[in-house]
Design a protein around this ligand. Sequence first.
Ligand SMILES: O=C(O)C(=O)C[C@]1(C(=O)O)C=C[C@@H](O)C=C1
Length: 486
Amino acid sequence: MNRSNKVRLSLILYLNYFVHGIGLIILTQNMKTLSGEWGTPLAVVSFAISGMGIGKLIAYYALGSLSDRYGRKALVVFGMGLYVVFFFGITLTHDFHIAYLLTILAGMANSALDSGTYPTFLEMNGNNGAYNILIKAAMSLGEFVLPIYIGLNENLGGWYGMSFIITGAILLINLILISRTKFPQRPKTEKQISQRLFSERLTAPKIGMLIILSIYGYTSMAVMILFTQWITLYGIDFLGMNNLQAHFLLSLYSMGSIIGVLLIFSILQRGLIRDIRLIVGLNGLSVLNLLVICFSTHPLLVSITSFLFGVTAAGGVMQVGLNIFSAMFPHAKGRVTGIYFSFGSIALFTVPIITGMLSKISTAAALRFDIVLALISLVIWVIGHRLMDSIESSDLSRERRQINSIDFFILKLLQRRFKHVRAIGLKKIQQNGTIFDSAREKEILDKIEQKIRDKENSRYYQSIFKSIMTSSKNYQSEVQEKGRVQ
Ligand SMILES: O=C(O)C(=O)C[C@]1(C(=O)O)C=C[C@@H](O)C=C1
């Protein structure tokens, strides 16, 4: 597959997820209008939204294997087609039952897109998963743009259905584009080895982790779904915000989630923090942000914390959980992902039902339920942290992770040192100085000797520094040679 084909296909696939980001919140962002259109109370609209989770759950396993059998393109096109029906269909119906069926279709569309797209990115990029993280960013972009559009549209008195029609039209154009785009060739189907999830004996801490990760598959998704569903109405009902300001809260959250994706990605890539610590920290911060959002009456403060909540709760923390899960069962990554996301799908249909009931008390009661969910996430990860410690105390992984992180810093410092060594090398040409300076080397080694606390290891450290200086001198001669030639 050539580069331009790759770029073209990637853009088409990311555009699908931009649309999917819109699809995830388009009903909740229009809840009040839809309640009028369908002639049903808010709780019933909320119930209809739950159809998405049901559709996703029903379709997940079946579509996964269909994707392996009939190819990725068929699945992606199928998902896009279902989504088109959903977007146009909702504007045409006034019947809640039909709307419910349409949301089930939207859920199935999501499953079809997932099962076609994630493997495509892996197959196109030599199994590098980084491109799949950008899917989350594309979704967040959709979730960022839509509330602003709806807020503006409502203020101008425009028809609510326009956002559905525009989104459907984008998908239709994308369908035409994708029909003319090649997908990567799949590697010849390897012999399917039936991988047992529990190939080794499960110890008590591992069973504990399995339970925690299943619960977290649910709560991490639920925390996000609940917030996106209720924050706008909460802004209007409780903070006295106008339409645009209230919709903008969700856009701030989406912006936060994009920043969060980039932040978490770079933290993990550098190995700066252990993933288990990161997940405890992020969940703790999510609880704090939610407390401010749910109990402060200050619109600016709620706006800032909505952004921060996007970073901590929607910036890929769910993916961090999945990574921990996959690392524990390296031979059954596919199945582990299926289990994890299935619990997420259950959240997708239960949260609207539960919060629909709570909304009969008040919008605030619905939103505040998010604190309960976030607290559950925090508590299970505090327990999970201890369990992981006991699992890891017996193998080499904990120490190796520390070494990875230390090496990262050593390398950074060496690179800085080399910059100065180079500058000195160039100055020495002008001053006609020799590269080797025994007095300076002695001074450095003496200073180091004084600082060493574990004297029994002194000769090792001395030898490392001597070796660094030898490399510096070699580097300087190379730099000087090049400098003289120029
Ligand atoms: O300080 C200098 O003169 C350097 O060139 C740097 C440096 C070093 O690596 O620290 C390198 C070679 C010299 O023999 C002494 C020190």
